[in-house]
Every structure is written in C-alpha cells, then in structure tokens.
Design a protein around this ligand. Structure first.
Ligand code: SAH
Length: 380
C-alpha cells in the first residue's frame, strides 16, 4: 500500500473536501500500487484514495475514513448514490458522478436495464473489476463502457469503448416522465443522452401553453423538442449532426408528436430565419479548457443571445445554457446583458437553473458545477 505525505499547509483544502491533490503538493511518498493513504506533513491521516502515476492530478480522494477500497467499498458507494437519487422521474440517470459521489474518476449512467460507465483515471481502470462486480449486484442487462474521450491520455490511457458485460440492444429505450427516448449508447455524445437537462426540459415545457413557435438550437436527439412538442408548440430543431437528427425524428414519432428538424449551423440558421419565435433554446457544446476556448464560449453565448433577441417576440423567452465549469452564471449573465443592450431590447432574467439531483456538486470543488442555464424574457 502506498503512503503519500503532503507538503505543509496542503492538508487544509483536503480537510475542506477538495478531492484532488496535484503532483507538486506532495512532499514524499512510499510504497506501490494505485490505492494510497494520504497524510499531512504532521503525520495526520487525511484520506484514502487513488494514486495516478502519470497524471497532473496525483491523488484523488475516495474516502475520508481509513477503509479498504475493495468490492464492498464500491457496493457501499453505489447504494449511497442510489439513495441520493430517489424520486428521479426517469429510468435513465447518473448513478455515480465521480467526485460528487466520492468515486473520483468514475461515471456510471443507468439507461433502463443497463449501465454505461466512463473511466476517467488510470487507477480507476486498474480497479475496474471491483467496480464491475459491485455493479453486477444490480443484475444489469448490459454494462457498456464509453471511455472514448481525449482527456484519457493525461492519465496514460487510450480511448476505449465496448461492451463489458451482458447484451446490448442499441439504441436503448428509456422512459423519462411520460416520454420515451431512444438513446444511442454506442455512438451518441457523452454516454448517449443529456441526462443533465432532464429538469430543464420540463421547466421549458412548462413555459408553453400551446401554439407557440419554438426554436431548439443544438437539439441533438430532440430532448427539448419532444417536451415542447407535447405542449402543442410548433417546434423546429437545428443541429449539424445528421445521425442525431435522425434519432430526434424517431424520438418525436415514438411519442406520437410532430416537430421539424433541420441540419444547419445554429448561428447561420438564427441569422437567416425570417421567423420570429416565442421560445429559443440554445444549448451549445462548450469546451473551455484554455483561456482562448473560454473566450470563444463567451463569444458564442453573446452571439446566440444577440441573434435570439432580434428574433424573439415581445415576452418571448431565451433559454440559454453553458455546460463548462470555467464559465460562471455571472459571466453568462454579463454576456446576455451585453447582447440585450446591443440590440436595445430590455430583458429580465427569470430563472438561473443548475444541474439536476443526479449531478450534485461539491461546493468546495467548483469543477463539479458545470451546467448553468438562464431563462431571459424579452420585455420590450
Ligand atoms: N440540447 C441537447 C444537447 C445538445 S449537445 C439535449 O438536451 O439533448 C450539443 C449539440 O450541438 C450536438 O448535438 C452537436 O451536434 C451540436 N452542434 C455543435 N455545433 C453546432 C453548430 N454550430 N450548429 C448546430 N449544432 C451544433
């Protein structure tokens, strides 16, 4: 077993529940393996967790108790995580959200009878067998892995995706509230579905009374579109990804609804449409690792808001999202405010929505609060 001793003073953030130790915060280490105990420079036990030999994030907390990280540990974590998710109106939800569930490096999404997992750290890859045994308690029909993202190289891991257990019939049918969705677990974005927008889909649908014109930009497989169509709105969904649009069309049909889907660049569509709308939803992809990427996400928010405010009717709504922790709700509000004054339309922000209960965030770990959505209403 490995023992890691922190530099003096570095124990403070761990005591405040920040779950990562960076390599340059380590004073000394001894022993081998991927499971490690963390101590302060005074020799006080701080946490049990994993050690990554290659990554900048050297240690990740899995427990604040001195306990073995065995199959039983993962069983306990999954049952705690499940208890925290009681009452979710769907058979698809995030069962384990990495650091938020004290399972740093692991994501487990449930899709109906199966699981899709994502392994985000080298030690979690080594511990995968224990994870799979613990998950097999749920008797899943399948366990599929979607670890095909670039960030894995920092951990010294290759991208991987494939079936780990059972049988998978892809796409998978899930039930969210009264709706059905087909989820492409093998080839879809993230692990297949935007589980984190579940409550925002219901929120947005709740704004509609029937007959409104709705534009769902970056619609992916039609999550928001289905909800809005069910309220009697005339919905147009826009995305650049043809296979996502095909699934969106299927999802609308599956719920006996109708909506139109257009393959286009959302920015161009918004500029060229002659239509005005009651509701525009804009849920763009957001990668903001570097300063430059952050600038471009901020610019995209401004641009989307700017163009939307020109196309919204009086009392029309813009529901705009950002899904990167590097951009705060305050920064989004600023971009939307600038856009509104640029086009001289007065807006009010009615709501700021964050992540749903299966994506809880650790208040002392800002990296875990990534999703922010604003509901802006155009007053004049
Ligand atoms: N709102 C969706 C998730 C959006 S994911 C839901 O709740 O399910 C972001 C989507 O934006 C992806 O489907 C991607 O194909 C699409 N996309 C990326 N760049 C785009 C662009 N410039 N114009 C239109 N769609 C784009």
């Amino acid at each position: 077993m490995k023992r890691i001793i922190l530099k003096p003073g570095k124990e403070k953030k761990i005591k405040h529940f920040y779950p990562w130790v960076f390599r340059d915060e380590i004073l000394s280490q001894e022993g081998e393996g991927v499971i490690a105990s963390l101590y302060s420079s005074d020799g006080e036990f701080l946490a049990k967790g994993t050690y990554s030999p290659h990554s900048r994030i050297a240690f990740r907390v899995l427990s604040y108790e001195d306990e073995p990280i065995d199959e039983g540990f993962f069983r306990k974590r999954f049952s705690q995580a499940l208890a925290l998710r009681e009452g979710i109106p769907s058979d698809a939800y995030r069962l384990a959200f990495s650091e938020s569930d004290l399972l740093s490096g692991l994501i487990v999404d449930r899709y109906a009878e199966g699981f899709v997992i994502q392994v985000r750290s080298y030690p979690m890859e080594v511990l995968k067998e224990r994870v799979l045994s613990a998950l097999s308690d749920f008797s899943p029909r399948f366990i599929y892995e979607r670890s095909d993202f670039k960030g894995r190289s920092e951990e010294g891991l290759e991208p991987f995706s494939g079936l780990l257990m059972g049988e998978l019939e892809n796409p998978v049918l899930i039930h969210e509230r009264e709706f059905k969705f087909l989820v492409d677990v093998k080839g879809g974005l993230k692990t297949g579905f935007y589980l984190d927008q579940r409550d925002n889909r219901a929120y947005v649908a709740g704004l509609l009374r029937g007959g409104e014109r709705v534009l769902d930009l970056f619609c992916y497989t039609g999550g928001f579109s289905v909800y809005c169509a069910s309220r009697g709105a005339r919905v147009v969904g826009v995305d650049v990804n043809e296979s996502a649009l095909e699934l969106a069309r299927q999802n609308v049909r599956l719920n006996n609804l109708s909506a139109e889907f257009v393959r286009a660049n959302a920015f161009d569509f918004l500029e060229s449409t002659n239509e005005t709308y009651d509701l525009i939803i804009a849920d763009p992809p957001a990668i903001a690792k570097t300063k430059r990427e952050k600038e471009s996400v901020l610019w995209a928010i401004w641009k989307l808001a700017h163009r939307s405010f020109l196309k919204l009717k009086r009392f029309g709504r813009l529901f705009i999202c950002s899904c990167t922790y590097q951009i705060s709700a305050q920064e989004m509000i600023r971009q939307v405010r600038l856009a509104s004054t640029d086009v001289r339309r007065r807006i009010l922000i009615k709501e700021v929505n964050l992540q749903p209960q299966d994506h809880p965030f650790v208040p002392t770990f800002p990296e875990s609060l990534y999703l922010k959505c604003l509901d802006a209403v155009v007053i004049d």
